[in-house]
Design a protein around this ligand. Structure first.
Ligand code: NAP
Length: 488
């Protein structure tokens, strides 16, 4: 799993933290228009950060009790007169009601903190709309990605980034300075045309997870249907046996490991395809197709979903003996055994099969947990590149091999037993082996010295059909350079 989206900064824009042009701002007076949830949390945070706060409300008497005593709550016009920087903590639809304040607001900085309820809800962003209503003011978009809860709970306990944009550099710097004093990390998003993008950010629902979740659901549905046909529909049609009770636990529990195992192999398959492409074209400078690029970027989420399914499988498996159906079956077997006067039902091979596959399964789950934990940004950031790549790449691949052993020992010789072919459908485990075994085989092939060398050279910039300057280590360990045809 790669560091992925969570490890990289939220946006590829310039962080303003540590900007020498940003000077301490604590002590200055900040205005807040509105007395709702956001205004209240903002006022508390500003006061705690050493600012003087003046809140402008339509009904200051009623709202004053909701604010800290250090904050002054007064009428909107009064508040605006006392400060040059005003946070507009009012919904977009009420902006026009502030037009009476246009004269007192002239020349001041307005911070638009508003969000929409839908992505690209309006033609123009809220900030641009505010700027059009108050042309004599300087509008800065910012703080909308921070919730009222984050403002109150402190920057340590929530998203620390505050995205800021404006057409006026000076105003942007002033707001960035305030954000920094409040403990946030201001991120310069450029001019006002970025406001729309900033306003859409809080509305996006797990954008990096959509494809992996659909993939997991699709696999779950396919394997669930396959298992349902084999475990429930087949006995019902062929032997009129009612096995529908198996659906909630047994069928789900045979489906989950299939999804977990195939998803784990899908974390490593795009790497194999990328290597094939590089070997085929003899260069690393050729762009991968978009679908492969997307796939590579979603490996972390696919891996985490694989872990999630594996963890659920472990819990379901632990609960199997608790079920009433299991108890009835045990008693039934015991009675049958007594009637048939069988003293020993111990099958050595079955005992060993189960001991091995449970043990191997636990090890695989342990490794998957390690992969999942180290993919968390806070943990990943504490590892150097080599440690991260060892865990995610080497240990991840070992987890795939161990999961394959778990599947093989679980299946044992069932693939060769014709009774296991229900409606001519092979046992599920044989299907799940397909992709993981291809990945393992490909990795083994890539590790053959002749292929590994070529791949390494390509990844260091060598290209097929081009003359390149290269550096070779000599027998003494020193490096000598020369010209060669890269086709050699
Ligand atoms: P809210 O609790 O409903 O407060 C809105 C405030 O707007 C009211 O308390 C009211 O204060 C004031 N207001 C001024 N003119 C108004 C009018 N004509 N009609 C109704 N109210 C009027 O909303 P909020 O949650 O604080 O959100 C305020 C802004 O912050 C919104 O633009 C929202 O998108 C943004 N925001 C909120 C959060 C959050 O977590 N809540 C997060 C990010 C951004 P007075 O009665 O005192 O005038």
């Amino acid at each position: 799993m790669s560091g992925g989206d969570m490890a990289k900064p939220l946006l590829g824009h310039q962080s303003m933290e540590g900007d020498p042009s940003i000077t301490p701002a604590a002590g200055r007076t900040i205005g807040v228009l509105g007395s709702g949830d956001f205004a209240r949390s903002l006022a508390i945070r500003l006061v705690c950060s050493g600012f003087k706060v003046v809140v402008g409300s339509r009904n200051p008497k009623r709202k004053a009790g909701l604010f800290p005593s250090a904050a002054e709550v007064t009428f909107q016009a009064e508040a605006v007169k006392k400060t040059d920087v005003i946070f507009v903590a009012v919904f977009r639809e009420h902006y026009s009601t502030l037009c009476d304040l246009a004269d007192v607001l002239a020349g001041k900085i307005l911070v638009d903190v508003s969000n929409n309820t839908e992505i690209n809800h309006h033609k123009e962003s809220n900030a641009e709309y505010l700027a059009s209503l108050f042309p004599a003011c300087t509008v800065v978009k910012g703080f909308n990605v921070v919730s009222a809860w984050t403002l109150q709970s402190g920057a340590r306990d929530g998203n620390k980034q505050v995205l800021i944009c404006s057409n006026n550099q000076e105003a942007k710097r002033t707001v960035a300075e305030i954000a920094q004093v409040m403990g946030f990390t201001p991120v310069d998003m450029g001019c006002m045309s970025s406001a729309c993008e900033i306003e859409n950010i809080p509305l996006r629902l797990l954008p990096a997870w959509k494809i992996p979740i659909f993939l997991a659901l699709g696999l779950f549905l396919c394997f669930f249907t396959y298992n349902l046909v084999r475990q429930v529909i087949h006995p019902y049609i062929r032997e009129q046996k009612n096995k529908f009770y198996k659906i909630p636990v047994e069928v789900v529990n045979t489906t989950l490991p299939c999804v977990a195992y195939v998803m784990l192999s899908l974390v490593y398959l795009p790497g194999v395809l990328a290597a094939c492409s590089q070997l085929y074209y003899g260069t690393k400078y050729r762009r991968f197709p978009d679908w492969l690029d997307q796939w590579l970027q979603h490996r972390k989420q696919i891996g985490l979903l694989s872990f999630f399914c594996a963890a659920l499988h472990a819990v379901y498996s632990l609960c199997l003996p608790m079920r009433r159906s299991h108890r009835y079956q045990l008693i039934e077997t015991a009675v049958k055994q007594a009637v048939e006067k069988k003293m020993n039902i111990w099958v050595e091979e079955e005992v060993w099969r189960m001991e091995i596959y449970i043990s191997v399964g636990i090890i695989a789950l342990g490794l998957l947990s390690l992969l999942a934990i180290t993919s968390l940004p806070s943990i990943a950031n504490s590892l150097n590149w080599r440690e991260f790549s060892f865990i995610q790449s080497t240990l991840g691949f070992i987890a795939l091999v161990i999961s394959t052993l778990h599947t093989l020992t679980y299946g044992w010789s069932r693939a060769f037993d014709e009774n296991q072919y229900k409606f001519y459908l092979p046992p599920t485990y044989t299907l799940t082996l397909l992709v993981p075994c291809t990945v393992i085989l490909a990795k083994v092939v890539f590790n053959l010295p002749c292929i590994q060398q070529r791949l390494l050279r390509i990844r260091r910039g060598w290209e097929k059909g081009r003359y390149v300057k290269f550096v070779l280590p000599s027998a003494t360990g020193e490096y000598s350079s020369g010209e060669t045809s890269s086709n050699v």
